[in-house]
Write a protein that binds this ligand. Sequence first.
Ligand SMILES: *Cc1c(COP(=O)(O)O)cnc(C)c1O
Length: 348
Amino acid sequence: MNCEQVRELLGKKERADLGFYPTPFYKLERLSRHLGVNLFIKREDFSGKSLFGGNKIRKLEYLLGDAKRQGAEYIFTYGATQSNHAMQTVEACRREGLKPVLYLLAIVEPDEEDLKGNLLLDKIMGAEVHIIKMNPGESEAEADERMYRLGKEHIARLEAEGHKCYDIPIGGASIVGTAGFIGGFVELKEQLDEMGLHVDYLFHANGTGSTMAGLVAGKRLLGSDIRIVSVDVSCHGGDYKRSRVQLGNDTLRWLGAEPVLREEDFDIDASYYLPGYEIPSEGGTEAIKMMAEKEGLLLDPVYSGKGFAGLIDYVRSGKVAPGSNVVFLHTGGATALFAEKEILGKLW
Ligand SMILES: *Cc1c(COP(=O)(O)O)cnc(C)c1O
């Protein structure tokens, strides 16, 4: 298919207008010289209509389009207390006149008298926030389960009273949300075609894997040979890859396209997330400093810093050959620079 044909498939779905698109795409001259590759950046951090965008906006365009089509009044979603996805969901809901309800896990416990980062923004925009504190001895997975259960029970209560709710999974990682990054890949391909540029690699930070599933589905639809490297920012279980292949294929089916994705289409690297989710790493800290000092651009310690650390390491180790054309998808998240200091690490 060509870009126009994929846009036509996407155009059949309801979509809320939440972002400024296309997001900017350009070369980072200083960092290119520093690293010895041609480094380009795609500014998904620049997507939202508020000051703080990110990669969730593209997903939310389709998610809130779907919610409005169903006549929803309340939008529920989940994440950590410093979730970028939760904050972008709140801003998108406010723009669309929907009521946001958040269930947030306190991996790092917030100071209720001195709110920071995304949680502060959630509160400023008046979201209904339920903070789930970790119980002693409880694993993160168990606490997550409890959080989802409380959210579902809340939805059941509201629906029993006649209120329509729309439930968005963590990270907006549903079939509907994933369609957003099929659109994102098409947009990037159009920008590359316009510049007559052939790109070898696309690097991005990977969490729930729906940005990845959308990008890879877009790549296969368009028959592109860009190598997409998805740099994990958290630990994933054994069937993660298979479930992401399925998410991509289900999204293709939803759009009326062939479910052509296979495990070989996904290139996930889990070498850069340690010590753990929301815990700063040396590589991530170096990456944030490098981007800030060479280009005056801001990455974050939880996602984009670790994603860019992966890119730097691939270049230094020669996995990416000198002179390659490399795109970094900046997925946003710089609000974490104003989060709790345990999340931030030592950046100065
Ligand atoms: C959510 C997020 C990601 C990961 O996106 P997924 O689609 O969940 O994999 C990457 N970077 C930032 C800044 C994010 O907020």
